[in-house]
Design a protein around this ligand. Structure first.
Ligand SMILES: Cc1cc2nc3c(=O)[nH]c(=O)nc-3n(C[C@H](O)[C@H](O)[C@H](O)COP(=O)(O)O)c2cc1C
Length: 219
């Protein structure tokens, strides 16, 4: 099994060449370089037709490439001017996606095209209140940094941030449908416990979570 983590953008070509064999089996985990998926799977209309919530996750792990593809769909840079796959109020890009995996926690920085490794360990159980959450290959956590928001009041900031988070989670849901992964967005989580796992700063607040991963075959 080949291990292929890289530290700089200069090594992107090497990563692409080895993408098919990239895995998460690394000690210690490191930042993940985030690139768009090469193959979208279904057509957009078929993905929309297929979208639904799943909760029958099997305990599993995604490769760094699979995590990177999901993050790019959620809020990756898709234009040369730094624009993202989703709208953000006043273009402030105040909503961040954290990925909670079996290996650790990552914070996605879209314009740096990488997911920063922020905490080592399996915190998946801390990402929700339902049993399946601890099994999903990745739990995404949508977090607003209120210091970056253009909103005047706290309520405005959360309202606008929630709109972006909704767009992000739907991009992921459609990508998940096209890849055959299960997904469910979740409002049930312990803010304090999850905030600790994510090492959030006081200006950051969790808006929503989403479990994504392989699911049990339908009976
Ligand atoms: C804001 C919001 C919060 C949700 N919270 C949870 C949750 O905490 N746990 C869960 O299992 N599903 C949660 N869901 C998923 C809904 O239960 C699901 O979308 C609904 O039952 C309809 O099913 P469908 O998505 O398959 O169409 C949530 C959905 C939304 C939009």
């Amino acid at each position: 099994m080949r291990i292929c983590f890289i530290k700089s953008l200069g090594a992107v070509a090497l990563t692409l060449a080895a993408a098919a064999t990239v895995t998460f089996a690394l000690e210690p985990p490191q930042d993940i370089i985030v690139m768009p998926p090469k193959d979208g799977g279904y057509t957009l209309v078929k993905a929309i037709e297929s979208r639904h919530s799943d909760r029958t996750f099997v305990d599993s792990d995604f490769s760094s490439t699979q995590v990177a593809e999901i993050l790019w769909c959620a809020s990756g840079e898709n234009r040369e001017n730094g624009g993202l796959t989703v709208p953000t109020a006043l273009g402030k890009k105040e909503v961040f996606v954290y990925a909670v995996t079996k290996q650790g926690v990552y914070k996605f920085l879209p314009n740096e095209k990488k997911a920063l490794f922020v905490n080592k360990g399996d915190f998946r159980k801390d990402a929700g209140m339902q049993d399946f959450v601890g099994k999903a290959a990745v739990n995404l956590v949508y977090v607003i940094d209120k210091n970056l928001s253009g909103g005047k009041t706290d309520a405005d900031k959360v309202r606008m941030g929630a709109f972006s988070a909704g767009a992000m989670s739907q991009n992921v849901a459609l990508f998940a449908a096209s890849k055959g992964y299960g997904n469910v967005v979740r409002g049930s989580f312990d803010k304090v416990k999850l905030g600790k796992a994510l090492k959030l700063s006081p200006s950051e607040e969790i808006l929503m979570t989403q479990s994504v991963g392989p699911i049990a075959p339908a009976k």
